[in-house]
Write a protein that binds this ligand. Structure first.
Ligand code: TTP
Ligand code: MG
Ligand code: MG
Length: 486
């Protein structure tokens, strides 16, 4: 392990919600909840103001509404968030060629590889400058962790939240990790956490005390071994520029060709389960299920099926693989079988995408969400709207939080809609005070959907980035337009 804290981990603060607050001055400092607003919707994220009420990611929306009835509820705008993410990742790439994005709002950077930092002082400086640059270019805040390994850098950024920087001095790692929950370590999800707890292990120190043999006995060789090393703060994982994996697949070659159709089915099922275990181990999900069959004569077929949204559900992968197998003739015998998942996605978006797709379909507007994922799928923020929506397709959709322009009043966003009305607040990211609210008929010809405006206004001539909300100009502050526009 290196002996300088030159691995940086960045994670934006309350990313979707902060982007919405920066975009809508009237929501700054307020409880904002972004997610699916339909009956089975879940929270994508909540602003820190909303977290005070106990609202958090992945919580059912109905529960969030009970906890924070007065919060603003908004439909996600993925294209908008992606364009901000692109700006942030661009700033990271100025620091080093070794940038490893983990999701839209999160990445590791190897500062040493970029020649940007080589010791504690230079690393701290680079981290502070990055935070200021992100603020100037996007108007948003991100938290930075610096350490000598990926694991510790990520723990540091978590400790720095919100809007902070934490550097873990090399040599202090074990003392810091010791009292922490086992769940802090990478690869310990709820299931592994429970498993360890039943064996009396709840802290990182207790893993170290249990010893490597015990860990291997509990979790198997690979996982036990890796976890024990992490507990001792040994983490040699390098920062890798691109996520190498374009697909996750497993396959088996058989010594004797399999002829029995039932047996082929069982093997495919087994491979599907193994493939999902790998997928989950890597924290991924994917949309396309691939079946590979090599027959007795070495002819090799692949069949694939693309789902509506990414999955890491073993039952879904199993079923898709079984359907694919139905279309393959295996009468002459099978030599090799494989199951893979490609079209990999950030697991955190799975719920929203799948759900959005289901709802779009329910409205008879089935569209491939992968291509149109910036589209809102909700009619709006009021119960009435949701009820009406279930009753059948509506003439025009005004998802809560999405931007509009009005021929007379200019740029604004949908505050809510329903019962043939849409309420709009007219304000832009650089408005100095909350904008006025007006209500229109949902079919008002003067009202049009609009693209999001840049969060940081460009001033002619660019130059000097300011630090205040939306007030500063930044040379790198390019326009924010949806990445996917159909
Ligand atoms: P996170 O970085 O996990 O969360 P966050 O940025 O909202 O808040 P924090 O300050 O704690 O980092 O996720 C980034 C974005 O990904 C988040 O804003 C919304 C989306 N997301 C989901 O859609 N579903 C989820 O379950 C999670 C965790 C995140
Ligand atoms: Mg975040
Ligand atoms: Mg994140």
């Amino acid at each position: 392990m290196r002996n300088a804290p030159t691995i940086l981990h960045l994670d934006m603060d309350a990313f979707f919600a902060s982007a919405e607050q920066a975009s809508k001055p009237s929501l700054r400092g307020k409880a904002v909840i972004v997610g699916g607003l339909g009956p089975r919707g879940v929270v994508a994220t909540a602003s820190y103001e909303a977290r005070v009420f106990g609202v958090h990611s992945a919580m059912p929306m109905a529960q969030a509404r009970r906890l924070a009835p007065n919060a603003a509820y908004l439909v996600p705008r993925f294209g908008f968030y992606r364009s901000i993410s692109d700006q942030v990742m661009g700033l990271l790439r100025e620091l080093s060629p070794l940038v490893e994005p983990l999701s839209l709002d999160e990445a590791f950077v190897d500062l040493e590889a970029g020649g940007t930092a080589w010791d504690e002082a230079s690393a701290r400086l680079a981290g502070a400058k990055l935070r200021a640059d992100i603020r100037a270019v996007t108007g948003l805040t991100g938290s930075v962790g610096l350490a000598a390994s990926k694991m510790l850098a990520k723990i540091a950024s978590e400790q720095a939240k919100p809007d902070g920087l934490v550097l873990i001095e090399p040599g202090t790692e074990r003392a810091l990790l010791g009292p922490m929950s086992v769940r802090t370590l990478p690869g310990v999800g709820p299931a592994t956490g429970d498993h360890l707890r039943r064996a009396g292990i709840t802290t990182v120190d207790e893993i170290a005390e249990a010893g490597e043999d015990e860990l291997v006995r509990l979790l198997g060789k690979a996982h036990g071994h890796a976890l024990y090393a992490m507990a001792l703060a040994h983490d040699e994982r390098p920062v890798v520029a691109e996520r190498g994996t374009k697909s996750v697949s497993v396959e088996d070659t058989y010594d004797v060709d399999i002829h029995d159709r039932v047996r082929v089915g069982l093997e495919v099922r087994r491979l599907a389960d193994r493939c999902v275990r790998r997928l989950r181990g890597a924290g991924l999900s994917g949309r396309t299920i691939v079946l590979k069959v090599r027959r007795y004569d070495f002819s090799t077929l692949t069949r694939s099926e693309t789902l509506r949204g990414p999955t890491d559900d073993p039952a879904v992968v199993r079923e898709a693989a079984a359907r694919l197998l139905d279309s393959v003739d295996t009468t002459g015998g099978v030599r090799l079988l494989g199951v893979g998942v490609s079209g990999l996605a950030d697991y955190t978006q799975e719920d929203l995408f799948a759900q959005a797709q289901a709802q779009a379909q329910a409205q008879g507007q089935g569209q491939a969400l992968g291509e149109r994922e910036d589209q809102g799928v909700e009619q709006g923020g009021t119960e009435a709207a949701e009820e009406r929506q279930q009753a059948g397709p509506v003439e025009r959709r005004w998802p809560a939080g999405h931007d509009v322009t009005h021929a007379e009043y200019g740029h604004g966003w949908v505050q809510g809609s329903g019962l043939g009305r849409v309420t709009v607040r007219f304000e832009t990211p650089d408005s100095s005070e909350p904008g006025r609210v007006r209500t229109f008929r949902a079919d008002d010809v003067d009202l049009e959907p609009a693209d999001p405006l840049p969060l940081v206004a460009r001033r002619p001539g660019g130059g000097g980035g300011g630090g205040s909300d939306g007030g500063g100009a930044a040379s790198a502050g390019t326009g924010v337009t949806p990445a996917a526009s159909g």
